[in-house]
Each structure stands twice: as structure tokens, then as C-alpha cells.
Design a protein around this ligand. Structure first.
Ligand code: NAP
Length: 365
């Protein structure tokens, strides 16, 4: 049995990966070793064929005993450890959720429903670095898979509404702390009018007591239209990733432009996107719907009406599910090659953990 080391298994992505692998009885196919940057020697998660103690995640000797390493620990960890491991001759397979290695020539960005064949071919060619894509990009590609497959897309503009858990466990907990603070202030002023409450909340959000160590700003009762670092193009890095990663996953011969504004919102889990899709030629709505709906087992077309949209096209309805709904699909008044759509998906499942799980199983098979 192959020895598989897991790093970052208790973070947001890692814990969803553990949950999925347990649900699907994957651990029976490998010997598992769990690593940590903070709890070495503590008991490891109790899964089938697992070594019972947590191992130190900075220990190259322990790491290099593994045939496969799966890291959900984050970019800083990858930047520090991966080059050292390869530098000392480790030839195992590296599977990663972080963005660090995505655009490297010797890495493949994995998204099983969209590029499974390319992943298999890459394995046969000896590629050993497999990286999950940016969550919003992966969900966009699953939703619009059919239109890309049919080579119908000229460009896409995506305006995102990204959940707090996309920034990690500590950030998601901070959003809840912010909400608690809002709730406490609300409860302390039962007789206040709506306008008085609005003023109290605005004062609270800008006060030094409001918990914002991780986001740096209030997210509760607010939106944050910048995610990740600044790029010379004026884009945020999250916005920059859309075009470069999507085109790498799709292996396009000429670049399909994808751009828009990425916004953090107060949803807990699930990233949403409002899309403007420019097609290469005009198409009837029913044709576009059919192409979109039948592209892969995960995309789910939601009829463009108020009742079904509000029932099925929200983070509350989609959290924890593998399906990737797309709705609000309609021609736009901008011209007969422009379509509007709204899509969302669980950024911790197909946006992060599930592509890693799929590639791990492919490596093991
Ligand atoms: P995370 O939740 O911040 O977890 C990363 C590590 O933080 C954990 O493995 C754990 O390491 C440590 N940690 C510290 N306090 C913690 C707490 N209260 N609960 C859990 N873990 C805690 O990070 P993540 O969101 O899973 O992201 C991991 C990587 O995946 C990043 O590179 C990220 O960019 C990428 N990614 C994330 C998402 C997403 O939706 N979150 C989607 C796609 C890709 P120790 O056990 O070693 O202390």
C-alpha cells in the first residue's frame, strides 16, 4: 500500500477532504500519516490504516518517507517545504490546494470533471505535481463546461460574491465573532428605531473592539471588494487568477479572456458569481441551456424564475453539496451573443477538496 502524508488536514479545505474521504471509504486504499505544524505528537485522526500520532510537518526526513504528500496547509508552507523536498531528491507525488505551484510548467491544475483526460496523460508523462485550482475558477469551469467544450465562449466577465470560509478557518470564525458583536449591540437596544440601530452598528463596525484581526475590516454588514494581493494590472490577485488558471486548465490554444471584480461577502460557505458571457456566435436560449445542463454530472441548471432561483441558487441551499447550480440564464439586452447567468458552488468541495481527492485516487489506482 502507498504511504500518503496529509498536511493541513484540520484547516477548512483539509477537514472537508477528510470528511469526503471518510464518507467514500478512501482510507482503505492507502496507509495514512498526518502531519502538523502545531500539534506534533498528539493523536492523529482515527481513520483506517493511519499512523496514530501526528508527525512534524517541517521534518523533511519524515515527509520524504511518503509516496504521496497532500498539502492543504497553504502557500507559505508549500513555498518553504516543497523546493527543499524536491531539492533533496524526493520523487513522490505532491498534491496541493495552495496556489504557489499552479502556474509552474511542471504542475498540472486538476479539475476532474473538466480535464480528467489531461490529468491521466500527464501522469503517464511522469508529471508529479498536481494542484487544485482557485475555488472560484474551478466552480466557473464546471458551470460553463459545456460552452467551453463547444468552443462557444469569446469572453466571460465574472463578478464574484465569495464566502468567508474561502479565507480559511480563522477568518470564518471571525465573521461569526463580528456577527455576535452585532447581535449583542442589537439586544442591548430593544427600543431603538431602525435609523438609531444603523448608526449604532456603523459606529460599532469602525470601533477598535470590533473583531477584525484576520480580515482587517468588518465583513459582517459589509462587503470587501478586494481579495488577495495587488497586481500591477490593477486587478486583485484573485481576479488575475481567473484567466490564467482557467486557460491552463482548459489547455486553450488562444487565450479566452476572463475578468471581473472579486468580492468577499458575509456568506459562510459557497462562492457565487454573476456572469456576463459573450458567445462567439448568436445562439437560442434553449440551445445554450441544453449545452450547459448536459456538460458533466455536477452542473445543475436552475430555471430562470423567481421561485426556483431563490430556493436553489443561494449559498444556504448549496453548502455541503457537490452539485454546481447555474441559473438566471437569459439573453441580455446588450446584443444577441450576450448571456447573463448566476452560478454558485461549494468552494470547499468542487472548489478545493474534491479535485484533490480525485487526483489522489487516480494516483493510487
Ligand atoms: P486554513 O483553514 O487557514 O487552515 C490552514 C492551517 O491553519 C491548518 O491546517 C492548521 O494547521 C492551521 N490552523 C490554525 N488555526 C486553525 C483553526 N482554528 N482551525 C483549523 N486550522 C487552523 O486554510 P484553508 O482555507 O483550508 O486553505 C488551505 C489552502 O487551500 C490555502 O492555500 C488556500 O488558499 C487554499 N484554498 C482554500 C479554499 C477555501 O475555500 N478555504 C479553496 C481553495 C483553495 P496546523 O494543524 O498545522 O496548525
Amino acid at each position: 500500500m502507498k504511504r500518503v502524508g496529509f498536511i493541513g488536514w484540520r484547516g477548512m479545505v483539509g477537514s472537508v477532504l477528510m470528511e469526503r474521504m471518510t464518507e467514500e471509504n478512501d482510507f482503505g486504499q492507502m496507509e495514512s500519516f498526518f502531519f502538523t505544524t502545531s500539534q506534533s505528537g498528539e493523536p492523529a485522526p482515527k481513520v483506517k490504516n493511519a499512523f496514530d500520532k501526528l508527525l512534524p510537518a517541517m521534518d523533511l526526513k519524515e515527509l520524504s518517507k511518503m509516496d504521496i504528500l497532500v498539502s492543504c496547509q497553504g502557500g507559505d508552507y508549500t513555498s518553504e517545504i516543497f523546493p527543499q523536498l524536491r531539492g533533496q531528491g524526493w520523487t513522490g507525488v505532491w498534491i496541493d490546494a495552495a496556489s504557489t505551484l499552479r502556474m509552474k510548467d511542471d504542475s498540472v491544475i486538476v479539475l476532474d470533471p473538466v480535464n480528467r483526460t489531461f490529468i491521466q496523460d500527464s501522469m503517464a508523462r511522469g508529471v508529479r505535481n498536481f494542484v487544485g485550482g482557485n475555488c472560484t475558477v474551478s466552480l466557473l469551469l464546471i458551470a460553463l463546461h459545456g460552452l467551453f467544450k463547444e468552443n462557444l465562449v469569446e469572453w466571460v466577465s465574472s463578478m464574484t460574491y465569495q464566502a468567508a470560509s474561502g479565507a480559511g478557518a480563522k477568518n470564518m470564525i471571525e465573521l461569526l465573532d463580528q456577527m455576535k458583536s452585532v447581535g449583542t449591540t442589537f439586544a442591548a437596544h430593544p427600543a431603538a428605531s431602525a435609523l438609531e440601530l444603523e448608526k449604532k452598528m456603523t459606529t460599532l463596525m469602525s470601533s477598535s473592539e470590533f473583531p477584525k484581526a484576520n480580515f482587517g475590516h468588518p465583513l459582517a454588514l459589509n462587503v470587501l471588494p478586494w481579495i488577495d494581493s495587488e497586481m500591477p494590472s490593477g486587478q486583485s490577485k484573485e481576479e488575475w487568477k481567473a484567466q490564467v488558471e482557467a486557460n491552463k486548465i482548459l489547455q486553450t490554444k488562444s487565450i479566452i479572456p476572463i475578468d471581473g471584480t472579486c468580492v468577499r461577502v458575509g456568506a459562510l460557505r459557497c462562492h457565487s458569481q454573476g456572469l456576463t458571457i459573450k458567445l462567439k456566435k448568436s445562439a437560442h436560449l434553449s440551445t445554450v441551456e441544453e449545452i450547459v445542463a448536459n456538460a458533466n454530472p455536477w452542473v445543475k441548471l436552475v430555471a430562470n424564475n423567481k421561485a426556483e432561483t431563490l430556493k436553489e441558487l443561494t449559498p444556504g441551499a448549496v453548502s455541503g453539496k457537490l452539485s454546481v447550480p447555474i441559473g438566471r440564464l437569459r439573453p441580455m439586452t446588450l446584443g444577441d451573443t450576450y448571456f447573463n447567468a448566476f452560478t454558485l458552488g461549494d468552494q470547499l468541495l468542487w472548489g478545493a477538496a474534491e479535485p484533490l481527492r480525485c487526483v489522489l485516487l487516480q494516483v493510487l489506482s
